[in-house]
Structures are given as structure tokens and as C-alpha cells.
Write a protein that binds this ligand. Structure first.
Ligand code: FAD
Ligand code: MLT
Ligand code: ZN
Length: 449
């Protein structure tokens, strides 16, 4: 096929994968719920190669699925059938950290690599998440990833100072200068952020860094109810200036993690809700957290890296523990904070009515009222559980995608959430920038009507 030989000429033989076995890892997503066959997997090593690949695909009328670490959880990173997967993993350039606390990173740089790089220069990066060893900067920009430190530093969009990206016609937009104020026209970086590969391919970004917060303490609490946990989080936001993270989980998920990982149960007995708080500062914030906890029972307190790591494992290994139990329906949602307890109270009965016997596991980033709703039981293609959860979210004035994106998993729900006018505006942008609809078609907007 002419396109494949063109792509081979652009990236070299070793970086165009067409063998079934070599393509396999790029064709199925992290959840194993979504997969499709790619025409080929192409791995460009520079922005010029990305632009040439895009032009070749546009000429051939073949669609492109950009892929970074393939840790996305909404099916947007894998082909639906017949597309070229453009892997960014070779776009790994990482410039020295600038004195003003900024760094330019290639799209394929892995989050943990970025953290280590900026830490060695005395800085921190504001976004962190459980997939840190695989998720890439380009993928995180494209999904506007959130994670565990949004309360303190915001999500990916807040870290983005500039972007380089290849659009659907192969043109390169680049605004990477170190300007602290820049109001010249449309904010292309902000628009590409969260566009899930539907408007262009991010090849590099200029990122804002944050002061390092090296001294940390964490506490895991068992609480009688979700209402008690939420009240404590509200107080922590007010009384704990060093608060960096607040994570909520429940017995169902904790039991699965303990069973799957062999990590010891941290508290005796079982509780209505578990809350993990972490404080971080330049000087020791442990006393601040201890004073906040007072003489409360049912707390495990940790300061050293290993002990804190053990507490964090209980929260962060939910994702893999659930995946080991089956193909999960993942619904990453948020609701207005005042309605979080109501959502948690109503979600079980709503799901049971739609899919009797389904197994429900909830956890999430509680300061943003961002809950990860995980449902085990229904077959991968069955939408009944997804629909029941999203219906309740809409009913409560929430969002069907808090941080993972819409992908293909929730495209059918976009209009219910955003309304017809918003979706029409999004379609107009998409048509203007990608008239051939070759950039990750089907993702976010579903298939064109
Ligand atoms: P991919 O999965 O490869 O792609 C994701 C989407 O972005 C796809 O639509 C893809 O087409 C597009 N894309 C990728 N790279 C580019 C590019 N360079 N240009 C244009 N489009 C591109 N997410 C959170 O927000 N918060 C969390 O706390 C969190 N924790 C996680 C924990 C685990 C264990 C796992 C498995 C996932 C978690 N995620 C979380 C989801 C996932 O890690 C994020 O969505 C992440 O941003 C995806 O990065 P990636 O490089 O793997 O992107
Ligand atoms: C998390 O916070 O653990 C992630 O967003 C992944 C998940 O939802 O499992
Ligand atoms: Zn999350």
C-alpha cells in the first residue's frame, strides 16, 4: 500500500510496525474494554516527522489515532479499525530546567521522568497521578489530566505555558516563547488541551513548575460515614494550609486491593468511609496534621517515604486491583460538592435497578467531588450500567467526565451534559481544523452526523 511505503520512508523501517504481534500492544487500551486493528503503528521522532506523517495520512484519507502511554481509560487512545496509530513515545526531548521555573518537554516524556528531571534542578511539577510511570506529557495535555494534587496546583491546563502541535493539514502551530503575559488572540494551547487528539497532535509543551514540597506527612482515617469524611475534608481545606491531597475510598475497594496486592489492612475493622490526607511543605508539616487530627481514633499516621507509600498503595492500586477482577466499566464523574454525599447514597440503588447484581467500587479525589465509579459484572459492550450512572450524574448537575476525558466511552452522552449549542460550537471548530475528519474520529463528538 502506497501510504505504508510513504510512512516507512518518513520514519524508517524500524518505526513503522505492521506485524500483528508488534502492533498488539498499541491496539488494546489499559482497561481491555476497547480495542481495534490498526493499519500500522508509526513512531516519528521529531515534529517534522510528525507533520510529514500527518500529511501522508491526509493525502491518503486515512485517519490517525495519536497515542502516548496508552493509559487513557475512555477508549480514545486505540484504533476502532483501519486507522494509523501515531505513537509519540520517541518525542522524548527534555530541555534543561530554566531558572524562572519552566521546562520544555517533548510530548512523549513520561510523567515520572519529568518529575525526576525537575526535582534534580530543585523544582516540582504540579500534576501527579497513579499512572506516572507510563502516562506521557502529550497524553496528559490532550486529556487535561487531573490527578491527586489538583487542590494545590490545578490540572494540566494550569501548567501549560506554551504548546507545539501538528494540525490535521500537517501545519505546525508553535507558541513556546517564555512570555508571562500573552493575550494575542485565541488560546490555542488551552483549546488543544483536553481535545483528546481530535484537533491535532501535541509534539511539545512549555510547562510551569512549582516550588518543591519535600517534607510530607499522611494520615489514613476510618470514618463512620461518607458525610463524616466530607465534613472532615471541608475542615481540612480550611484548617490545613499544607493540604496537598485528599482521597476517599470505601470497604469494597479496600478489600479488593488488600486481596490483590497482599498489602496489610491498615486499620482494624471496617468503616463507612476511608479518607487519606497528605500534607506537604518546605518545613515539616507533620505537627499541623497531628494538631488537626487531635485525639481521633482509627488513624494511621505516616511521615517516612516507605510508610506513606504503603498508605498511598491502598488508594492508587484500586485501578489495577479492579482490572484484575474483570473488564470494568469506568465512569469518571464529578458533581457539585454539596451533592457528593447524595450521589454516593443514590448510586448503588440506581445501578442495582439497571443492572441487578453489578459490583460497584467507588473512590476519588474528594476535594473536587470527583468520583471514579467502577462497575464490574456487565459485559464490556453493555451500556446499561454506564447509562444509569451518567443519568444520575446529569440529574445532579454533574459532569460525565471530570478528568479522564470523553473518549469513545462517553461520546453518546456529550450533548446531554454540554447542551446542543456547546456541541454545535465544538463541531464547528472540529470541521474548521479537521475538515477531512482524520484526527481521532469518533472521539468526544462521536461520529459526524
Ligand atoms: P494515552 O492513553 O496514550 O492517550 C489519551 C488520549 O490522548 C487519547 O485520546 C489519545 O489519542 C490522546 N493523545 C495522546 N497523546 C497525544 C498527543 N501527543 N497529541 C494529541 N493527542 C494525544 N487520569 C487522571 O486525569 N487522573 C488520575 O489520577 C489518573 N490516574 C490513573 C491511574 C492509572 C493506574 C491509570 C491506568 C490511568 C490513570 N489516569 C488518570 C488516566 C490516564 O493516565 C490519563 O488520561 C493520562 O493523561 C493519559 O496519558 P497517556 O500518555 O497514557 O495518553
Ligand atoms: C485514579 O484516580 O486512580 C485514576 O483516575 C484512575 C482510576 O479511575 O482508576
Ligand atoms: Zn483519578
Amino acid at each position: 500500500m502506497r501510504l505504508l511505503s510513504d510512512l516507512r520512508a518518513i520514519v524508517g523501517d524500524a518505526h513503522l510496525l505492521t506485524d500483528t504481534e508488534l502492533k498488539a500492544g498499541y491496539q488494546t487500551d489499559w482497561t481491555r474494554r476497547f480495542s481495534g486493528e490498526a493499519l500500522g503503528v508509526v513512531r516519528p521522532a521529531s515534529v517534522d516527522e510528525v507533520a510529514a506523517v500527518v500529511r501522508a495520512c491526509a493525502d491518503a484519507g486515512v485517519a490517525i489515532v495519536p497515542q502516548g502511554g496508552n493509559t487513557g481509560l475512555v477508549g480514545g487512545s486505540v484504533p476502532r479499525g483501519g486507522e494509523v496509530v501515531l505513537s509519540t513515545r520517541r518525542l522524548r526531548s527534555l530541555a534543561p530546567v530554566e531558572a524562572a521555573g519552566e521546562v520544555v518537554a517533548g510530548a512523549g516524556v513520561v510523567l515520572a521522568t519529568l518529575h525526576a528531571h525537575v526535582a534534580s534542578a530543585g523544582w516540582g511539577f504540579g500534576v501527579d497521578l497513579g499512572a506516572r510511570d507510563s502516562a506521557t506529557i502529550g497524553g496528559m495535555i490532550s486529556t487535561n489530566a487531573g490527578g491527586i494534587n489538583v487542590l494545590r496546583h490545578g490540572g494540566m491546563r494550569q501548567q501549560l505555558l506554551g504548546i507545539e502541535a501538528v494540525l490535521a493539514d500537517g501545519s505546525v502551530v508553535r507558541r513556546m516563547s517564555a512570555l508571562r503575559k500573552d493575550n494575542t488572540g485565541y488560546d490555542l494551547a488551552g483549546m488543544l488541551c483536553g481535545s483528546e487528539g481530535t484537533l491535532g497532535i501535541v509534539t511539545a509543551a512549555r510547562l510551569r513548575l512549582v516550588p518543591p514540597l519535600p517534607v510530607r506527612a499522611a494520615a489514613l482515617m476510618g470514618l463512620p460515614s461518607v458525610e463524616a469524611a466530607i465534613a472532615l475534608v471541608d475542615a481540612a481545606r480550611r484548617d490545613l494550609p499544607a493540604l496537598l491531597a485528599a482521597e476517599l475510598f470505601f470497604e469494597e475497594g479496600l478489600s479488593l486491593v488488600v486481596e490483590h496486592t497482599g498489602v496489610a489492612r491498615p486499620l482494624h475493622g471496617s468503616f463507612g468511609a476511608y479518607l487519606l490526607l497528605e500534607v506537604a511543605d518546605r518545613s515539616d508539616p507533620a505537627d499541623q496534621l497531628l494538631a488537626f487530627l487531635g485525639d481521633r481514633d482509627d488513624v494511621v499516621f505516616a511521615t517516612d517515604v516507605a510508610a506513606r507509600g504503603r498508605l498511598w498503595e491502598l488508594r492508587e492500586r484500586h485501578t489495577e486491583a479492579i482490572a484484575s477482577a474483570g473488564i470494568v466499566h469506568k465512569l469518571d464523574v464529578s458533581v457539585p460538592p454539596a451533592r457528593l454525599a447524595e450521589f454516593i447514597r443514590r448510586i448503588g440503588p440506581a445501578l442495582e435497578a439497571a443492572v441487578p447484581g453489578a459490583r460497584l467500587i467507588l473512590y476519588g479525589h474528594v476535594t473536587e467531588a470527583n468520583l471514579h465509579v467502577n462497575v464490574l459484572g456487565p459485559p464490556a459492550e453493555d451500556q446499561a450500567a454506564d447509562d444509569a450512572v451518567l443519568e444520575l450524574v446529569i440529574d445532579l448537575g454533574g459532569s460525565i467526565s471530570a478528568e479522564h476525558g470523553v473518549g469513545v466511552a462517553k461520546a453518546a452522552w456529550l450533548e446531554r451534559d454540554r447542551g446542543a449549542a456547546d456541541v454545535a460550537a465544538m463541531r464547528a471548530i472540529k470541521r474548521a481544523l479537521d475538515p477531512q475528519n482524520i484526527m481521532n474520529p469518533g472521539v468526544i463528538l462521536g461520529h459526524e452526523r
